[in-house]
Design a binder for this molecule. Structure first.
Ligand code: DGY
Length: 324
């Protein structure tokens, strides 16, 4: 007999059909305040769930007595209460690898756009304000040859480091729990403590997962340790930076600028002070958002759920110990 699953995100038709071949699918485009109750009711009969961008709380899990596996269409797993999942022996799968290079492209785009003031300059041209040749007040800062400090030398951090080293001749510093031998041997990266990285980097790139230990890791004190000419780049999760402290640092020239793909609250509220600051490049969480990569993520998540509900947690399960 087919197992029951809930899909809570719109996915390409061919991948939806694959789910239907294997499971009875209850599908939601996404979860909104209007359909949240219906979603919670559906949890009562679900063996598996697959989706993204919606927090699955410990309370939701209590409504799902049969749930065995959750497959998130993301690499980040911060939408899930892992302790509650472990206690209930529910497996959680995610989609690493397929989005690494695309997300690194986005992060490096933020480096370039921030330093070279690309968005500001492009808007000036589009607004018809390019009326004379540009002067010093429009100049940006070099990227080539500078120092990039990467917080989190995982897959994406390493992909950013490759771009910096091979493409832009940058020196690479990194802050990470573990030594990364390839980064050191192949990219000449140097592992250091957080204070050293903050003090020596021209670009501080946050590529860490959001965990209790990384929440608000970058606050007023850390920003004060950065060079006044440096840029802060965040391509992981907004809550790793204290946004109020960041706004204050940007307004008071404690740092030169910021390139942000992620925010404490998403979508970023229209009245956020960040939107008023010319030295901020703000993107709508597009790290992995290309047709090719988003398709690959969906396919990976579908593969993961089919495998997991057939008892195979060998791929992309973040808590395989739940079945031991
Ligand atoms: C991820 O995969 O975690 C991206 O940030 C999209 O949410």
């Amino acid at each position: 007999m087919k197992k029951n699953i809930i899909l809570y995100k719109t996915i390409p038709v061919d991948q939806f059909e694959r789910l239907q071949q294997h499971f009875n699918v209850t599908a939601f485009d996404n979860i909104t305040p209007e359909n949240a109750d219906t979603f919670r009711q559906a949890l009562a009969g679900a063996d598996g769930i697959i989706g993204a961008s919606y927090p699955i709380t410990a309370n939701d899990l209590t409504l799902a007595p049969n749930l065995k596996a959750a497959s998130t269409i993301s690499v980040g797993i911060d939408q899930f209460d892992i302790d509650a999942m472990n206690a209930r022996k529910i497996a959680l799968m995610h989609t690493p690898n397929v989005l690494t290079e695309t997300t690194a492209d986005t992060i490096f785009t933020l480096v370039l756009c921030s330093a070279r003031r690309i968005i500001e300059m492009a808007e000036m041209v589009k607004n018809g304000q390019w009326t004379k040749s540009i002067g010093e007040s429009d100049y940006g800062s070099n990227v080539n040859g500078k120092t990039i400090g990467i917080l989190g030398m995982g897959r994406i951090g390493y992909a950013v480091a490759k771009r910096a080293h091979a493409g832009f001749g940058m020196s690479v510093l990194y802050y990470n729990n573990h030594q990364h031998l390839d980064a050191e041997n192949l990219l000449n990266a140097r592992r250091c403590d957080l204070d050293t990285l903050l003090a020596e980097s021209d670009f501080v790139c946050v590529v860490l997962p959001l965990l209790p230990s990384t929440e608000k890791l970058i606050g007023k004190n850390e920003l004060a340790k950065m060079k006044s000419s440096a840029f802060l780049i965040n391509g992981s999760r907004g809550k790793i930076i204290d946004e109020t402290a960041l706004i204050d640092a940007l307004e008071n020239q404690v740092i030169r600028g910021a390139g942000l793909d992620v925010f404490e609250v998403e979508p970023l509220p229209a009245d956020s002070k960040l939107l008023k600051l010319p030295n901020v490049v703000a993107l709508p969480h597009i790290g992995s958002a290309t047709h090719e990569t988003r398709y690959a993520m969906v396919k990976c998540a579908v593969d993961n759920l089919i495998a997991a509900l057939n008892g195979d947690l060998s791929q992309n399960c973040v808590n395989p110990e739940v079945i031991k």
